[in-house]
Ligand binder design. Sequence first.
Ligand SMILES: C=CC1=C(C)c2cc3[nH]c(cc4nc(cc5[nH]c(cc1n2)c(C)c5CCC(=O)O)C(CCC(=O)O)=C4C)c(C)c3C=C
Ligand SMILES: [Fe+2]
Length: 463
Amino acid sequence: MQDGLINRSADRGISGPDEAAVDEAAVNEAAVDPNETADATAPRSGTSRRTLLGRTLGAAGVVAASGGAGYGVARAADSSGSAAVPAAATSDLVPFYGTHQGGIATPAQDRLAFAAFDVTSTSATDLQVMLGTWAAAAAQMTRGLPIGAVETDPQSPPIDTGEAYGLGPSALTITVGFGPGLFDERFGLANKRPAALADLPTLPGDGSLEDARSSGDLCVQACADDPTVAFHVIRNFARLARGTAVIRWSQLGFGRTSSTSTDQQTERNLMGFKDGTRNIKAEDGADLEDYVWVGGETDQSWMRGGSYLVARRIRMLIESWDTDFLADQENVFGRFKNSGAPLTGKNEFDTPDLTAKTKSGTPVIPLNAHIRLASPVTNNNQKILRRGYSYTDGIDADTGLLDAGLFFLAYQKDPRNQFVPIQRRLGSQDNLNEYIRHTGSALFAVPPGLSAAGDWWGKSLFA
Ligand SMILES: C=CC1=C(C)c2cc3[nH]c(cc4nc(cc5[nH]c(cc1n2)c(C)c5CCC(=O)O)C(CCC(=O)O)=C4C)c(C)c3C=C
Ligand SMILES: [Fe+2]
């Protein structure tokens, strides 16, 4: 127990559910960061605030949303004189507020917890309140702070579930996106749907896609250097969403397979190959502008500074792969397994020569090699920012084979010109297809970063 974490006597001021209508001010207040308010811990009892908390959170309100009622865990200095809560660490902290959301160009962390949510409420206000509440909770968690008291009134559940308490920020980033379904008739957003958020067409190799691992109204990508810190986000977001949204599917990932910074070594995927060598890197601002961040070309101004995320759960048939000869494996990718160099080079970062031929006149990098088909040279100079993770999900009950592979995440300006044509080519010609099955697919519009406390994902979308 964290004695002194909260002033327990102050806990008595918890507001209960209230069914009165939620007003605009209440929605805005949901995203107020308690660290930014003048008196974050003073009990506040405005009707709309209580209504807001009651409807979204029930009696177990989140401090980050309420900024009051005794759940003042976020403050570093407690005016009651009780022991201070842990101050947010400054090392391994990725700023939550900024032009772009974290978790895209941020150097890829080691762990991933990802979830797609379906919105079950048909009220646009409920949805906004939930997003505001998530935003306030995210501001806490990315600082390494709980979203509310870990020790509460013994007769009520703790506000924060507690498992990440004391683990620090762990470079946590929380990235939220909107699926195409959010723009149907339910929330009055149909005319706000960006053209680039067009449903992904059926692509070659889509035959094994599972509905239960695909789509979703919202997505939450939590990346951190600690698995508990990443999972804590999904768990607490799901709690805060209660009554408004439910998890549709989720995925844990480990061992980032795509380095996104020149500071990072390239890691290997579960096929044993270095993955991410020719990825877009955070340091390459021009590539980010050209291929990742949505700019003035968008038909929806609320998406400026955002990006589009394609998620694909790609199972690897690793038992079969493991029986393949080394030379065959290298021809599948067009790279050497040990060094990661292209078959036309010596070192990992040598530029692949797609024109090179052997003495007998055959291409050194086979025509159906993965890196030839995925190369910008083959794809109208298009690139994507890959941010995938390996996954293992036990055994396939039908076959007894391992269900393991790559949870492929790719950010881009417009999937219609980037992921879709690249995957169309890969899905029909790639040597890799013998060893993989795409089992999940989803697309999300990822809005720009949050400006400050009081902002939330897509606030201008609802304006
Ligand atoms: C539609 C896009 C892509 C899918 C799907 C995809 C799946 C996939 N990739 C690997 C392993 C590697 N991919 C590599 C390079 C690479 N892959 C894509 C796109 C998709 N991959 C691109 C755009 C590139 C870069 C091409 C280039 O610029 O040359 C590599 C080589 C190393 C690297 O540059 O990262 C590997 C290895 C797997 C295992 C996989 C599905 C399970
Ligand atoms: Fe690839």
